[in-house]
Design a protein around this ligand. Structure first.
Ligand code: MN
Length: 716
């Protein structure tokens, strides 16, 4: 079959579009026939799917995916990558579904296509320029299979080649994004040819004037070099041959964009940059690299301080070479790169080298494992010498981080597993301490929600809000955890002393005394007799339930006081504002004005139970630990209560009940639905109410709903 006639055409810039015929010939050169056949099938499928679609340039759409695959074929990538490249736009732009692609081409290919489609979707969130680095990391972190990135890079390369079909404004935006995001990714992954092409076109599009000037200067310099360069190459070759080193010497092209970047970074003039010669020497072994270095240093005088050993210390993308600069004939500087054939292959295709097809190795997973192993090795190599580089590679390719946006579009990097609370603390400790709610992608979610890549997170804060002790159980970042702990520790002490004072006063009341009425220093004195620091610590201990107020009160009496204890201790008045030292038992959910008792729990302070709670009977054996309790008047706070609703199974019933609850000024803090009974569901709500009256109103409101069969307060 010959497809060539249908899609051959000239691209803007005079470049010939790769025909499928040429493309097939190219891959037949390195892939076995069965893989070539699979690629062909992908082409047939994509051609039918894209039938009738045209690119902006007027060409048939199918020319685009074929060109993308062709770029990857130049890197000798495996069959699965090429199939995915040909199919990369069918799910997005045609009626084909991911399921169909999976069925026809298998899981491996489908997953690459899916990854590329997802990357395309996040492209619209344009990051601020300064954050391009984070954005690149995010892109990489989102990808599980590195081949997704390779298809994406090839896709971008072809779109850059055909950029002139775009309106000027769009052209500049795409070029900017390419220079900020995609060229550096290609560089990071070491895919040299792709990086160069993206940079050259991006630079030409964004700075046409500067591009032309550098281009002209490079041409002029090349004219001058025509005279010298062959002489230098010849001299180097002879020197290698004399020493018995087998090496290939080639002149190195200068690339406009790298000239431009170097000029700016090193503050060099254009003529200083372009008048440099560049040669590359490729030899057989590492040993020969160092010998060659010695030879060229003997041939021309080396420039001091310009030698770099990237063999011993490779660059972060795995690049290895020796770099040196020499004073050539007439003092013209020569830049020299020396490397082995293996290093050269890596320098050209980087990580792509690990996906290149090799006979007898088709298993994608082995290759993926190998690519990771390579990265791991690279990291080991860098250990200690360039921690920051190691860290950045790790983040890029081992996705143990999530990247999320603030509402303003800033990017935050958090460890995987981070929640909204971690995000709040990462923004600012103050935001964390006062956060009460969170929105993810504009939807209200619980604060414990685990964040995923690419989400936009907004934190709602309230004046006077405090961290909740339960946060410490789910936060993932050290910053959040230590801030919460520190806060709770301080708070608890203050609150405990406050409550302890109140409890002691109640106990003293029986003796017509109060803490204030005690002789000065009496409290501290008693505290020290109990091996405590001072009176305040004693009050803390009482508040935390570690000391019994009644016994302390007894000790505080003058030694000659012999009055017996009152038969019944004064009840503890609960204000509802005690904070952490008074908690409400989750076995019975007491609310104002239930009949309650208080249990003194050592270290946890006072726990309030309903009198009817079964645990009260169970703990009855320790009468010392129980004290009567009453609610103070005018409770203004919200308390948790359990609510059990039985309703007919119907779409939306849960939402309707929830709306009714919200309508009665109550919050839902937890829902559990059990719909295993067939025609009806049992829904268990944990809600926030002010007290029994509020709860009764709520129950009445829900009971009046048509599909609700039963509503009652539940124990737990
Ligand atoms: Mn595309």
């Amino acid at each position: 079959m010959n497809y060539a006639s249908s899609i051959l055409g000239l691209l803007p810039g005079g470049r010939r579009a790769p025909g499928i015929g040429q493309f097939i010939t190219k891959i037949e050169g390195y892939l076995p026939p069965d893989q070539v056949e699979r690629v062909r099938e992908a082409f047939d499928y994509a051609e039918t799917a894209h039938k009738g679609q045209k690119r902006r340039s007027g060409e048939a759409f199918i020319t685009h995916p074929v060109a993308v695959a062709d770029i990857l074929a130049d890197l000798h990538l495996d069959g699965a990558t090429l199939q995915a490249a040909i199919l990369h736009d069918v799910v997005e732009d045609t009626p084909s579904s991911m399921a169909e692609v999976t069925e026809k081409f298998g899981q491996e290919v489908a997953e690459i296509v899916d990854g590329v489609t997802k990357l395309d979707q996040i492209q619209f969130k344009s990051p601020k320029e300064a954050q391009a680095e984070s954005f690149r990391k995010m892109l990489l972190a989102m990808v599980r299979d590195i081949r997704v990135i390779m298809v994406k890079l090839a896709d971008r390369t072809h779109n850059m080649r055909t950029l002139s079909a775009m309106p000027p404004e769009k052209r500049r935006a795409v070029a900017r994004e390419t220079l900020d995001i995609y060229a550096p990714i290609a560089n990071r992954l070491g895919i040299h040819s792709v990086k160069l092409e993206l940079e050259e076109i991006g630079f030409r599009t964004l700075y046409p004037q500067r591009y032309r000037i550098i281009e002209r200067e490079l041409k002029r310099a090349r004219g001058n070099q025509r005279e010298f360069l062959p002489k230098i190459v010849k001299a180097v070759r002879k020197s290698l041959a004399d020493a018995g080193v087998n090496g290939r010497v080639e002149a190195r092209e200068k690339h406009l964009y790298s000239v431009y970047v170097k000029m700016r970074r090193k503050h060099l003039s254009l003529s200083q940059m372009v008048d440099m010669f560049g040669i590359r020497i490729i030899v057989g072994s590492v040993d020969e690299c160092y010998r060659t270095l010695g030879l060229v240093h003997g041939l021309y005088r080396p420039m001091p301080g310009r030698f770099k050993d990237y063999i011993a210390i490779p660059r972060v993308n795995g690049y290895q070479s020796l770099h040196t600069s020499l004073f050539g004939p007439n003092g013209t500087p020569i830049e020299v790169q020396i490397r082995t054939q293996d290093m050269h292959r890596l320098a050209e295709s980087g990580i792509a080298a690990h996906w290149q097809y090799k006979t007898g190795e088709q298993d994608g997973e082995t290759q993926q494992a190998r690519a990771r192993e390579w990265l791991q090795g690279m990291m080991d190599l860098h250990e200690g010498s360039a921690e920051e580089l190691v860290e950045s590679v790790k983040v890029d390719l081992f996705p143990d981080k999530v990247y999320v946006f603030t509402p303003k579009g800033d990017i935050m990097r958090l460890p995987r597993g981070s929640t909204c609370v971690d995000f709040a603390y990462a923004v600012h400790t103050g935001v964390g301490q006062r956060c009460v709610a969170a929105k993810v992608d504009r939807r209200l979610v619980p604060l414990r929600t685990v964040l995923r890549n690419g989400q936009t997170v907004e934190i709602v804060t309230a004046k006077g809000a405090q961290p909740n002790p339960s946060w410490a159980s789910f936060v993932a970042t050290a910053k959040a955890r230590s801030a919460i702990r520190q806060y709770l520790k301080n708070l608890k002490k203050g609150e405990a002393a406050e409550l302890g004072g109140r409890m002691l006063n109640q106990a003293l009341e029986e003796f017509e005394l109060s803490v204030k009425k005690l002789p000065a220093g009496r409290l501290d004195e008693v505290a020290r007799s109990l091996s405590l620091r001072d009176g305040n610590e004693l009050l803390e201990k009482i508040g935390l339930g570690e000391r019994l107020a009644r016994l302390v009160a007894r000790r505080l009496l003058p030694d000659d006081d012999t009055r017996p204890d009152a038969a019944i201790a004064q009840p503890l008045a609960i204000a509802g504002t005690e904070g952490l030292v008074v908690s409400y038992a989750r076995c019975c959910f007491p609310i104002p004005y239930d009949a309650v008792v208080a249990y003194l729990s050592s270290g946890r302070g006072v726990v309030i139970h309903r009198e009817s709670c079964s645990n009260v009977a169970a703990f009855g054996k320790q009468p010392d630990k129980w004290i009567p309790a009453v609610w103070q008047k005018d409770q203004q706070h919200l308390f948790s209560a359990g609510l059990l609703v039985e309703a007919r199974n119907r779409m939306g019933i849960l939402a309707e009940v929830a709306t009714r609850i919200a309508g009665e000024q109550s919050n839902i803090s937890h829902v559990n639905v059990d719909s295993s009974q067939g025609d009806h569901s049992t829904i268990l709500f944990e809600i926030q109410v002010k007290g029994r009256a509020h709860l009764a109103r709520l129950i009445r409101a829900i009971r009046s709903m048509p599909d609700v069969m039963k509503v009652e307060r539940s124990l737990a």
